[in-house]
Design a binder for this molecule. Structure first.
Ligand SMILES: Nc1ncnc2c1ncn2[C@@H]1O[C@H](COP(=O)(O)OP(=O)(O)OP(=O)(O)O)[C@@H](O)[C@H]1O
Ligand SMILES: O=P(O)(O)O[C@H]1[C@H](OP(=O)(O)O)[C@@H](OP(=O)(O)O)[C@@H](O)[C@@H](O)[C@@H]1OP(=O)(O)O
Ligand SMILES: [Mg+2]
Length: 307
């Protein structure tokens, strides 16, 4: 790793540590100094979703409690190293399936939506070689990042927008199906906002006409997912991105977002007002939301500890 990259990594780690301290101090201070201030969502709960390592652990934990409802999240690995042998071993041990989708550890911000789909072990290695210190200039995700098994889902994303007790599901374009298993296709690089915004129109989302369309996920399953996630996160304003596996029909969680855009939800403003009214009405009568609990640490591909 170049000294420049180390410098970036150290700054980022420091800023993450500082952010955590600031966010916990800020929320405490705000409540102490302005007792009339009502926090709609606790800052520590929001801060954890800036880090995909944390949000993927939550998704992984959730699938244990929701497996009976046919909900899961794809297997993934936290990557903290450029050591190719170590990464290859970890991918094999965790039984991740190619293609693999690679996302930055930091989940929000302009550099956080550069994603790649890696088709084979060989290309995966290239991504993680010193080449990547150079490729940081074009923002190809490299360590720290997550590798997640790609799930074929017929190019439809079901975005769930949560506002307190209410939630709304909108369909968005998404990545098309790819052949399962390693193959010698080139790695695909894209920005998530080019494929999954309402107006997105990309060759990466274009399906053959004869690809069957799956029915949308059942309302009951969505209710169960949102209920569990609200309790787990201790939050009321967030988004969860889901897809339906075309082979198993399982509802699959791929991402959780802090206070998303709610685009395509005309009821957002009225729902937010109802939520605020409800929060004010029950103020002091309900226990404060849970602090984020320490999560079990999954296999990490690293010789260093995280931050
Ligand atoms: N495991 C997966 N299997 C198949 N497709 C996936 C998977 N993960 C992500 N995708 C595709 O990649 C897109 C971007 O992924 P993701 O939502 O994790 O990125 P993001 O940058 O956090 O996006 P957003 O800004 O919407 O939060 C998804 O909308 C979906 O099309
Ligand atoms: O608000 P911004 O433009 O910054 O973008 C946010 C975007 O909201 P938008 O819909 O208003 O664009 C969200 O999209 P939807 O889930 O709602 O589709 C989601 O992608 C966030 O990750 C983005 O936050 P960022 O990572 O950039 O901080
Ligand atoms: Mg996201």
């Amino acid at each position: 790793m170049s000294s420049f990259t180390s410098f970036l990594m150290s700054s980022w780690k420091l800023s993450m540590i500082a952010n955590r301290r600031i966010s916990s101090l800020t929320s405490r201070n705000m409540c102490l100094h302005t007792p009339l201030t009502v926090m709609l969502d606790p800052l520590p709960a929001m801060t954890q979703l800036l880090d995909r390592f944390a949000s993927y652990r939550i998704m992984n934990k959730l699938q244990n409690s929701l497996r009976d409802r046919g909900i899961c999240s794809p297997p993934y690995l936290e990557i903290n190293t450029s050591d190719q042998v170590e990464i290859r071993k970890a991918v094999e041990k965790k039984q991740l399936n190619y293609p693999l989708i690679c996302k930055t550890r930091v989940a929000h911000g302009s550099r956080s939506h550069e994603v790649s789909v890696v088709m084979s072990q060989f290309v995966l290695m290239l991504l993680c070689t010193p080449l990547n210190s150079w490729s940081i200039c074009v923002w190809i995700p490299g360590p720290p990042c997550v590798l997640q098994s790609f799930v074929n889902h017929g190019a439809v994303l079901h975005k769930v927008f949560v506002v307190g007790e209410a939630h709304f599901t909108v369909e968005r374009p998404s990545l098309k199906n790819f052949p399962l298993g390693p193959c010698d296709r080139k790695t695909i690089f894209f920005n998530s906002h080019e494929v999954s915004k309402p107006e997105s129109c990309s060759h990466l989302t274009a399906l053959d006409d004869n690809t069957p369309r799956l029915p949308p996920p059942s309302g009951d399953v969505m209710v169960a997912l949102v209920k569990e996630l609200r309790a787990e996160l201790g939050m009321a304003l967030f988004g969860v991105d889901t897809i339906v596996n075309i082979h198993t029909r399982t509802l699959t969680i791929i991402d959780i977002n802090i206070f998303p855009g709610y685009e395509g939800v005309p009821q957002f403003f009225s729902s937010l007002l109802s939520h605020i009214e409800s929060v004010l009405k029950h103020r002091g009568t309900v226990p404060p939301p849970r602090e984020p609990s320490p999560l079990p640490v999954p296999p990490i591909c690293s010789r260093r500890s995280g931050f």
